[in-house]
Design a binder for this molecule. Structure first.
Ligand SMILES: [Zn+2]
Length: 272
């Protein structure tokens, strides 16, 4: 019996040594103070959409932000000092995606890395024809499958200042996180039922094909050509349009708008 207890204890110690830090980050909650009046005024200045949200949604956003900020670490990169203003603005935009969904605030995300501006991803890029580019890629954001999100602060600020231009870096990267919650990004985030997943697949695969053809022929429409990169990028780019130009998306791509309205549980046409 004593041997069994010792073995169990040893296994628990090994598990804690291997995964303790990740488990702590996933479940540990700091006590995050509610936004003060000054914080709220700053957020409303940086993010005009905040005051345009219906009161009930704004209140829900505040609660989601608190949950987000109490668990997710912010790390300043290349000497950037992360301020409360930065944390609030990232959290507010990231939590927009959860406003109509009944789920906790990104349980798989544990850290947000902030750079002042664009940053360089020094990983080798594999290009068509077997070419490997070692120059590094300038980026404004990245969303990693291991729970890390990397953002340019200037990109976050610009996104919030222009709520209806159809481009939002934070929405884009956190849409990837919702997509990746099932393990990897495919452009088809988990749905509540099989018929919904089939409907999503049908709507999005047709729309993606049409978008790739239009992009190939040099036509530029509502959806950014970057969406033609792959289905995962398409979903992230279309999410940006859904949150910032809901009415236009509804008029141009009603099936896709409705699939997103159902997925996000929000009617963003009312925000404009
Ligand atoms: Zn992306």
């Amino acid at each position: 019996m004593a041997i069994v207890t010792l073995v169990v204890l040893a296994l628990l110690l090994i598990a804690w040594w291997l995964y303790g830090e990740q488990l702590k980050k996933r479940f540990y909650r700091r006590r995050e103070k509610p936004l003060s009046e000054t914080d709220r005024r700053q957020l409303a200045t940086d993010m005009p959409l905040y005051l345009r949200l219906p009161a009930a949604q704004r209140q829900k956003l505040d609660g989601l932000m608190q949950a987000f900020l109490s668990r997710i670490d912010f790390i300043g990169c290349d000497g950037l000092t992360v301020t409360a203003r930065m944390r609030h603005l990232v959290a507010a935009q990231a939590c927009l995606l959860l406003l109509g969904r009944d789920e906790p605030a990104y349980p798989t995300v544990h850290s947000v890395y902030l750079f002042e501006g664009d940053f360089i991803n020094k990983m080798p890029q594999h290009l068509p024809g077997g070419i490997v580019d070692m120059q590094g890629k300038h980026l404004a954001g990245e969303s990693w499958g291991d729970g890390r999100v990397i953002l340019s602060w200037q990109g976050c600020l610009r996104s919030a200042e222009h709520p209806f231009d159809g481009q939002n870096l934070v929405v884009h990267e956190f849409a990837h996180q919702l997509d990746q919650a099932k393990g990897f990004a495919t452009g088809a985030p988990l749905q509540r039922s099989i018929p919904e997943a089939q409907q999503w697949q049908q709507v999005f695969s047709h729309a993606f094909r049409r978008h790739c053809e239009a992009t190939f022929h040099g036509h530029r429409g509502l959806i950014d050509p970057y969406g033609a990169t792959n289905p995962a990028e398409f979903f992230a780019v279309v999410s940006e349009v859904f949150f910032e130009q809901g009415q236009a998306l509804y008029e141009h791509e009603p099936d896709m708008y409705q699939a997103l309205e159902h997925f996000y549980g929000l009617n963003t046409r009312l925000w404009h």
